[in-house]
Design a binder for this molecule. Structure first.
Ligand SMILES: Nc1nc(O)c(N)c(N[C@@H]2O[C@H](COP(=O)(O)O)[C@@H](O)[C@H]2O)n1
Length: 165
């Protein structure tokens, strides 16, 4: 049976796997303070909302803004979010080789975002959640000769489904 690696808080072991870890990414020539900023901004269609989220001083605030439904929330988000996340993670782990080394060192382990706050990206605290954040790298790790757990993201479009920015 595979060991499980639980992560959540950025200052704890494997905290670098959290989207809240302070690792900037560049996508489409734009620098994002964290993968959380990119993910949350991708929910919106209006440039003003996207820029507001990108400028958030912390990933926590970016997440709060991303959850505000008074903004220009895109109506295809549920079908787009997995691809947006894959793109963000691919950027993060290819642009930070120290993180990629940590990721590859976990080969064979199940990666689990451990929180009760989230039953889609995390496992809901008790395994009842989908753990979609951990699932893609775990699946990729079982592929033949993986050189990069996020290699499947390489073919992703630059901004899947985005309309206005
Ligand atoms: N640190 C943290 N706090 C929460 O409350 C969370 N839900 C998470 N999980 C991360 O949040 C992002 C998903 O946000 P949405 O619920 O889709 O707005 C994603 O990065 C999860 O990994 N983390």
């Amino acid at each position: 049976m595979c060991a499980a690696i639980l992560f959540y808080e950025t200052d704890k072991p494997y905290g670098c796997f959290s989207n809240f870890s302070r690792h900037p990414i560049v996508i489409g020539g734009v620098t994002w303070p964290t993968s959380e900023h990119y993910f949350q901004a991708a929910k919106f269609t209006k440039r003003t909302d996207v820029d507001a989220v990108r400028s958030a001083p912390t990933p926590f605030l970016a997440a709060q803004m991303g959850r505000e439904r008074r903004r220009s929330f895109r109506n295809d988000w549920d079908s787009a979010r997995d691809e947006v996340m894959r793109e963000a993670l691919h950027a993060k782990f290819t642009q930070h080789t120290d993180l990629l080394a940590i990721l590859l060192s976990t080969h064979g382990a199940a990666l689990v975002e451990h929180t009760r706050n989230d039953r889609y990206w995390a496992h809901g605290g008790d395994g009842s959640g989908l753990n979609m954040l951990g699932a893609p790298p775990t699946c990729a790790a079982t592929a033949p000769s993986p050189t990069n757990r996020y290699q499947g993201a390489a073919a992703s479009p630059a901004r899947p489904g985005h309309t206005g920015w």
